[in-house]
Design a protein around this ligand. Structure first.
Ligand code: GAL
Length: 463
């Protein structure tokens, strides 16, 4: 069987500013920089974002390597804390402006489409300390200002933008399950942050439209990690558990992004529980009027839910988990390094869902991938990592994606996480995801077997 993809399909890979650049010449700190400076022991092997994969210095060589493995598109993010000196006035750092200009120009020189995201978990610490970050409406205005500045500086060459990467992870990390600074557990604050992140995204999109970026061929998106919620059984209780999980973890961003509206059932539930966000009609209108042109979908794992079997622990106050429990399905395939289920068919289910329930909006896989620990163990005699598991993983997902496209879903690309092994927040460099390996001791980079394989796939527009 031959799998051919649509013309001009994006064969690419994604990273982010904080995970690849290193903190060189950065004066402002984001929450991760700050957290690492204060509690380095919270990061795997005590490795923080200071050097990361040295992209700040090696972007030219790195982009040339990306080109050599057939990437025709590449996503990274602009660090708010690298571009902007003063968050209120939006005065810029010249060094940051020069750096992002150079990266964008280098992509274009290499015929690689730059896809630029504006926020990848990297809230400036100053905005957390002064305003409580995403709990604050003022921060949504500051974000829109930053977005406007980025459009002014780069939209002549950057035509594909994203406002946020995985905003639900901000809620999960900062406000529910403690894997991002400040590790609060507070469902009500999470709900307010959800509203505000949607509002911030809409305000940035409004700037984009007001500046006429669309008229010059620009398009703007949001990147969501969609985790299709499969119920344990077809019992009413399990179906309801899965549906609430889906509303809280997927539709809370997906519906406003595409339709400008929150799911009514979710709003009702939050009202009944007394945790609904504060909002004004004017803000609802901004969300309503400023929806995305396309979607980025990160897909790693599905979610499986069942009705609660154990009483919900009320000690932390309201949490969405009140309505479901995680269902550990027997016999599932698992990536033991990351503890994540491997279920390629979900990519097909996502493509059907977008086609049938979200106006068949144009979308692409903005992240997919497999984190593996100890990859040096797979080196052959020439020092190349033979990551056959990764090739198999990508192929399995592409087969299901292809089927979704054949059945009419409007998907225009596939990006792996990530081009070059990069820093993964608290997990640091534990699990490696790249087409290209990174030696942390000397920062040398070597193409893995999957990188050579992907070049052939990209050249043939399929496999
Ligand atoms: C995603 C996230 C990335 C990267 C990846 C692999 O959820 O967007 O920043 O860390 O997971 O762990």
């Amino acid at each position: 069987m031959k799998y051919t993809f649509p013309n001009n399909f994006w064969w690419g890979a994604a990273t982010s500013g904080p995970q690849s650049e290193g903190r060189f010449n950065k004066v402002n700190k984001n929450i991760f920089d700050y957290w690492f400076d204060n509690e380095p022991e919270k990061f795997h092997n005590g490795i923080g974002p200071n050097v990361a994969s040295n992209f700040y210095h090696s972007y030219k060589e790195d982009i040339a390597m990306m080109k050599s493995i057939g990437l025709n598109s590449f996503r990274t993010s602009i660090q708010w804390t690298r571009l902007i000196k003063d968050f209120e006035t939006c005065e810029v750092y010249e060094d940051g402006v020069n750096f992002y200009n150079s990266v964008i120009n280098e992509c274009i020189k290499n015929d690689i489409i730059p896809v630029i995201n504006l926020n990848h978990f990297d809230l400036p610490i100053e905005l957390y300390e002064k305003y409580n970050g995403w709990e604050s409406k003022h921060v949504t205005d500051l974000f829109a200002k930053f977005a406007k500045k980025a459009f002014e500086l780069f939209s002549d060459r950057v035509k594909y933008w994203a406002t946020f990467n995985e905003p639900i992870v901000v809620l999960e990390g900062q406000y529910l399950y403690k894997h991002h600074y400040p590790q609060i557990v507070d469902g009500k604050k999470a709900v307010q942050a959800a509203y505000n992140l949607n509002l911030a995204s809409a305000k940035a999109i409004r700037e984009f439209r007001n500046m006429g970026c669309n008229k010059e061929g620009g398009k703007i998106s949001i990147i969501l990690n969609l985790t299709p919620s499969y119920p344990r059984s077809n019992s009413n209780e399990d179906l309801r558990a899965a549906s609430i999980r889906d509303m809280f973890f997927n539709r809370i961003f997906l519906d406003p992004a595409v339709y400008g509206k929150f799911p009514e059932e979710l709003v009702e539930l939050l009202k009944n529980d007394g945790v609904i966000w504060e909002s004004t009609e004017e803000e609802d209108r901004i969300i309503n009027e400023n929806t995305v042109d396309f979607l980025g979908v990160n897909y790693y794992q599905p979610s499986r839910a069942k009705a609660r079997e154990e009483a919900f622990d009320e000690s932390n106050g309201w949490m969405p988990d009140k309505y479901f429990e995680f269902y550990d399905m027997p016999g599932k395939k698992i990536n033991t390094h990351r503890g994540w289920e491997i279920y390629p068919k979900a990519i097909y289910d996502i493509s059907k869902n977008i086609k049938e329930n979200y106006n068949n909006i144009p979308w692409y896989i903005s992240e997919n991938g497999m984190g593996v620990e100890g990859e040096e163990g797979f080196k052959n005699s020439e020092g190349i990592i033979e990551d056959n598991y990764r090739i198999e993983f990508i192929m399995d997902h592409l087969v299901w994606l292809h089927k979704g496209i054949e059945e009419g879903s409007n998907c225009f690309g596939y990006h792996l996480w990530t081009p070059i092994d990069c820093w993964s927040w608290n997990n640091s460099y534990k699990n490696r995801y790249g087409f290209i390996s990174l030696n942390l001791d000397d920062q040398s980079k070597i193409i893995k077997k999957s990188g050579y394989w992907f070049k052939i796939v990209s050249d043939n527009n399929g496999f």
